[in-house]
Design a binder for this molecule. Structure first.
Ligand SMILES: Nc1ncnc2c1ncn2[C@@H]1O[C@H](COP(=O)(O)OP(=O)(O)OP(=O)(O)O)[C@@H](O)[C@H]1O
Ligand SMILES: [Mg+2]
Length: 285
């Protein structure tokens, strides 16, 4: 039984708010009413450290996608606060939120969401084209070479393999240099080789380009590419793990089946502003 909710892992770092690309403060999200009511997020306080690769794991229905959508400003919270950098999202008007998402946030979803009529290159630059921004040519070249797509730039998605399409989606997210990239099971429908390619690429973009990435995954080997893992159960962060290996993650996940995940101390039970005692996965305010 572990009781390592945010305080133990990496407690020596205790970063301030400025070290987080995104963070939440006691956010709650409830769907439905009465008997149909589902508490998807139950007071989540979490920080996503800048320039690191964070994985989010937890049983199906534990609130992972909801957390990502709320942090990315794609969905609203019922209570609590969400920050991208220093900007608190719930205070923004719709237009401001749209602009912030466009300028600061990148998304990679399980379904690649590529536009079928556009070439790979056009797909990659689409968000910047919509924003009326000129891509930084040098940066674009770096991204294209990193994802190894140069020979495929003129191809349409239907002419690309699944792994290549997912790399286009990764390049699209990276090309605009967002503050943070949210990836929800980005390798969920790829074979293991293409999955490894995409994960290796995401990890490299963190190491080499200082990108910040949060990724939801069910796969312990995918989580092992991350610098840290946050475990979510019943809408609460119940644990964090630094320097994950597939074996340790698998071991921890087994705990959820036996109820150990639920028994672990939830993050929401932690005093939010406790000085010095918070791991890198939890925001101190
Ligand atoms: N739009 C919605 N309306 C009602 N309930 C919802 C809605 N979206 C999510 N939920 C519920 O909220 C809970 C959390 O859902 P969420 O999609 O965040 O889970 P998840 O951890 O991403 O699961 P999975 O691993 O299966 O993708 C679930 O019980 C789900 O049924
Ligand atoms: Mg999900």
């Amino acid at each position: 039984m572990t009781n390592t909710a945010p305080s133990t892992a990496g407690a020596h770092t205790a970063p301030g708010a400025g070290d987080f690309a995104a963070r939440t403060q006691r956010i709650a999200k409830v769907y439905g009413r009465g008997d149909a009511q589902v508490v998807a997020l139950d007071g989540v306080t979490v920080g996503i450290p800048r320039g690191r690769f964070t994985a989010i794991m937890g049983p199906s229905g534990s609130g992972k996608s909801t957390l990502m959508h709320c942090m990315a400003g794609l969905d609203s919270v019922d209570s609590g606060e969400v920050f991208i950098g220093d900007t608190e999202l719930t205070r923004l008007k719709d237009k401001q939120l749209t602009r912030l998402r466009r300028d600061k946030v990148g998304f990679i979803f399980q379904a690649f969401n590529l536009v079928p009529t556009l070439t790979a290159l056009e797909n990659i630059t689409l968000p910047m084209d919509i924003a009326g921004r000129k891509p930084d040519k040098e940066w674009l070249d770096t991204v294209i070479d990193t994802v190894d797509l140069r020979p495929r730039l003129k191809h349409r998605p239907s002419e690309l393999s699944g792994g290549q399409q997912q790399r286009v989606a990764c390049a699209r997210a990276l090309a605009a240099r967002p503050e943070i990239i949210f990836a929800d099971e980005p390798t969920g429908n790829l074979d293991s080789r293409s999955g490894a390619e995409v994960l290796g690429f995401l990890r490299d973009s963190v190491r080499r380009m200082g990108q910040t990435i949060v990724m939801v995954t069910h796969d312990p080997s995918a989580a092992a590419y991350a610098d840290q893992v946050l475990f979510l159960t019943d809408g609460q962060i119940v644990d964090t793990m630094e320097g994950p290996t597939a074996e340790r993650v698998l071991e921890r996940m087994k705990g959820f089946d036996t109820g150990a995940g639920r028994a672990a101390q939830p993050a929401s039970a932690q005093p939010a502003g406790r000085p010095g005692g918070q791991g890198p996965g939890v925001a101190a305010r």
